[in-house]
Design a protein around this ligand. Structure first.
Ligand SMILES: [Zn+2]
Ligand SMILES: [Zn+2]
Length: 345
């Protein structure tokens, strides 16, 4: 069966997806059998020297001394714009911290988009997610704190803080589009090891968001039809109130997940508390499950477009070739396994 309606082109043979086209980018995902393929270059093989002794206080001091996002080095960043303290995040799951803050927002020292294009105001922000540089008892310099290790409540407060930054960016009349972006791990392109997000305000509709808005205008039912197809393929992970999460067959990478609220055609700071909770919950549960793996995610919002997040796991080498992506046929079993793991959690 070849499906083609509402902007979605795909083919299903004998009940299995053969290919599907991303309507925003035009990229085609081909489902392939990778069971016999060897991934000599896979990034997945991580050495966890369980027996290694914990890093010494000297080693920790050495690694964090020059980190601009560590407590004590606040003067190394640009002026602080927002600060959340222990009072703002009930149940913070860290040990007693000498830090007087739990989340800080500053301008990015290196604006993603030159500030002369956004009315002379730097609209690139850094949100430092937590004062902890390392996880508890790190054994190697790679045992960094990561978002999935924060509590669910902490992540909700983090997104609520992002909403304040988004609102601030949109208060600049020169800003038309705002994206929230996270890189986790060296393999995902993170430049700083200390966990943080970026929020970027753009004077023109950001190209990725613009492409989605165009699809939306042409096929206003796109997301509903897509969610229905994803369900039919067995890729849905969880639902929580107005939010749904799934393993996407049209992601940027072979292992990509989406969280979407199909009815919430609004910006992050326009969400009700209930909507924000559902969205944050499903996004956090995926991040928690993925743990410290290298990944990135983006939160996309824009006029008429349902608010959504794309999460890309960077466990496998990037395999987009000339607009084609190979989707391992194992993702279908994988989605079922993830669903069971989430149910247990
Ligand atoms: Zn740090
Ligand atoms: Zn998007």
């Amino acid at each position: 069966m070849i499906g083609s309606s509402m902007g979605l082109d795909y083919e299903i043979r004998d009940g299995a997806l053969v290919w599907i086209r991303n309507p925003h980018t035009g990229a085609i995902s081909y489902v392939v059998d990778v069971r016999g393929k060897s991934f000599a270059f896979a990034l997945g093989e991580r050495h966890m020297p369980r027996s290694a002794p914990p890093l010494t206080p000297e080693a920790i001091h050495h690694a964090t001394r020059d980190c601009p996002f560590c407590p004590g080095n606040e003067s190394a960043t640009t002026r602080e714009l927002i600060r959340l303290t222990h009072d703002d995040i009930p149940g913070w799951n860290g040990r007693i911290s000498s830090a007087s803050w739990l989340i800080r927002v500053v301008n990015n020292l290196f604006p993603r988009i030159p500030d002369q294009l956004t009315g002379g105001r730097n609209e690139s922000y850094i949100v430092i997610e937590d004062p902890r540089h390392f996880i508890d008892s790190p054994r190697t310099p790679n045992d960094l704190m990561y978002t999935g290790a924060l509590g669910e409540e902490h992540f909700f407060r983090l997104l609520a803080c992002d909403a304040r930054v988004v609102e601030r960016a949109f208060s600049n009349r020169a800003v038309r589009s705002v994206v929230v972006r996270k890189n986790q791990g060296r393999e995902s392109g993170a430049s700083q090891p200390h966990l943080h997000q970026q929020i970027i305000g753009s004077p023109t509709p950001l190209p990725a968001l613009d492409a989605e808005a165009r699809t939306e205008r042409e096929y206003p039912d796109f997301w509903h039809e897509f969610i229905e197809l994803v369900d039919q393929l067995g890729l849905t992970l969880e639902r929580d109130g107005p939010a749904v999460s799934f393993q996407t067959p049209i992601g940027a990478f072979p292992r990509s997940y989406d969280v979407v609220m199909p009815e919430a055609r609004k910006l992050l700071h326009e969400l009700t508390t209930t909507e924000m909770r559902s969205f944050a919950r499903l996004l956090f549960r995926i991040l928690h499950m993925l743990g410290p793996l290298p990944l990135d995610y983006e939160i996309h919002q824009g006029e008429g477009v349902p608010i959504h997040a794309h999460i890309n796991v960077r466990l496998y080498p990037y395999s987009n070739v000339a607009g084609t992506l190979n989707l391992p046929n194992t993702i279908f079993e994988n989605a079922a396994a993830i669903r069971r793991a989430l149910e247990r959690a």
